[in-house]
Write a protein that binds this ligand. Structure first.
Ligand code: ADP
Ligand code: MG
Length: 215
C-alpha cells in the first residue's frame, strides 16, 4: 500500500528527515518511535501534504501512485488520514457539520449521493458510541476549548467517520489519561481491518501495549 523509499525532506529547504525507507502493506500496523525533534511529525506532514513541508529526495508510492504529486485534498480522498499531534481549534465551525462535510466530500468523490444532516447524525452517534465519546461534543466548535485528551479523541472520531485506507496517528496517545488511552486504543483496534494500513507515531511504549504493531 505504501512504499517510502530513501525519503528526505523538511521545512523551508532544510532536510529534517534524511533517507527514510518504510513499506506498509494492507493489514499491517507499523510504529515509529523516536525522541522529540527527531522528525516524526515532519514525516507525517510530508505524507499528508502539508504545504509548508516538502520532500527533497526519495519517492513515496501509495497504491501504485506517486503520493507526493497529489494535492492534500486528493490524498485525503484517496484514503490517507493524518491524526494530528496538535489538532487545531476552529472556533465557529460546528464539529458535526465539519465531519459531515468531510464525509460527504468522500461520498461525492466515490460517485455516491450525499447524506443529509439527519441521516449523518445517526452515523455520527454510532461512531461516537463506537469510540466511547459523549454526544455532547457533536455541537461544540471544532476542538474549541477541548482538553488535550478530547482533541485526540476527536481525531479518532474523524478517523472512524472517514474510514481511511492509510491512517497515520501522530502521538495520538499524548495528553490521554490511561482510561482514555484504553478507549482510544480499543476504538482503533476495532476500526482496523485487513484492507487498512496504520502508522503509529509515539514516544510512549504504553500505547503499543494496547495496539500491537507488526513492526
Ligand atoms: P518530532 O515530531 O519527532 O518531535 P518534528 O518533526 O516536529 O519532530 O520536528 C523536527 C525538527 O524540525 C525540530 O527540530 C523542529 O523544531 C523542526 N521543525 C519542524 N517544523 C518546523 C517549522 N515549521 N519551523 C521550524 N522548524 C521546524
Ligand atoms: Mg511530533
Amino acid at each position: 500500500m505504501l512504499q517510502i523509499k530513501d525519503l528526505s525532506g523538511g521545512f523551508e529547504g532544510t532536510d529534517i528527515i534524511k533517507g527514510i525507507s518504510l513499506n506498509i502493506n494492507a493489514g499491517e500496523i507499523h510504529a515509529i518511535m523516536g525522541p522529540n525533534g527527531s522528525g516524526k511529525s515532519t514525516l507525517s506532514k510530508i505524507l499528508a501534504g502539508h504545504p509548508a513541508y516538502q520532500a527533497s529526495a526519495g519517492t513515496v508510492n501509495y497504491n501504485g501512485k506517486n503520493l507526493l504529486d497529489m494535492d492534500p485534498e486528493e490524498r485525503a480522498l484517496q484514503g490517507v488520514f493524518l491524526g494530528f499531534q496538535y489538532p487545531v481549534e476552529i472556533p465557529g465551525v460546528n464539529n458535526a457539520e465539519f465531519l459531515r462535510m468531510a464525509y460527504n466530500a468522500q461520498l461525492v468523490h466515490q460517485g455516491k449521493e450525499e447524506v443529509d444532516p439527519l441521516d449523518f447524525d445517526e452515523i455520527l452517534d454510532e461512531k461516537m458510541e463506537f469510540i466511547g465519546m459523549d454526544a455532547k461534543y457533536k455541537n461544540r466548535f471544532l476542538n474549541d476549548g477541548f482538553s488535550g485528551g478530547e482533541k485526540k479523541k476527536n481525531e479518532i472520531l474523524q478517523m472512524a467517520v472517514l474510514q481511511p485506507k492509510l491512517a497515520i496517528l501522530d502521538e495520538t496517545d499524548s495528553g490521554l489519561d490511561i482510561d482514555a488511552l484504553k478507549t482510544v486504543a480499543a476504538g482503533v483496534n476495532r476500526m482496523f481491518n485487513d484492507s487498512m494500513g496504520l502508522l503509529i507515531i509515539t514516544h510512549y511504549q504504553r500505547l503499543l501495549e494496547h495496539i500491537k504493531p507488526h513492526s
